[in-house]
Write a protein that binds this ligand. Sequence first.
Ligand code: ADP
Length: 246
Amino acid sequence: MYLSIKGLAKSFDENHVLKNVDVDVQKGEVVSIIGPSGSGKTTLLRCFNGLELPDKGKYTFDDGLTLDFGQRLDKKDLVKLSRKSGMVFQSYNLFPHKTALENVMEGPLIVQKRKKPEVIEEAKILLEKVGLKDKLNFYPHQLSGGQQQRVGIARALALKPELMLFDEPTSALDPELIGEVLSVMKDLAKENWTMIIVTHEIQFASEVSNKVLFMDGGYIVEQGTPDEVLKAPKEERTKRFLQRIL
Ligand code: ADP
């Protein structure tokens, strides 16, 4: 087991967004989180790296790092938590005044304080990996949404995270640009990256995931393999959701 989370709860004021969620993630596993809008998917994803801090919940990682959000936490442990994952955002969040290459180099140089020559080499390799070898010196506004999102993926990979988090990575894209981003993500899954993906792309989730979580109303209502959850859901709420969107 790479990570086990027990009893995760998160509220925004009176709004109980996550209610006693348990999740396990294996190393090399691709976990997709699906469910209706407002069910808590993005909040759960952001809790994985501490972008949102849970009110309660115990995290246990395979390297011994444990965080109990019900107790006082050591700041150092929160930094360790955040450094375990790379995040790919719905809206890319690239630095507009930096080139593709500079965007990918930023984390390793500034956060990890690594040496520039090796960071440049690695950034070039990552941009080639996501199919942007000929766009190294382009600025975000000179790139399509699909290309910007692929820079976003390369940028997250540059930190060599243990866990890759994707927050609806294709939902801001024109339909014809979705495929190129999903294809990069499929390659990562084949390379056994541990990935957690909030997505509306049910077909993609079905092809790429080892595990699908269906969320509704702040709970994980149902989880299992794509076949179990997407083809033969047990819960009424899952059935209704799938009927609505398929
Ligand atoms: P989903 O990703 O399933 O659409 P979210 O996790 O984005 O759901 O949101 C779940 C609920 O949490 C919504 O009611 C939303 O308004 C609320 N919420 C999310 N983020 C915040 C925030 N930063 N402050 C206040 N409420 C929030």
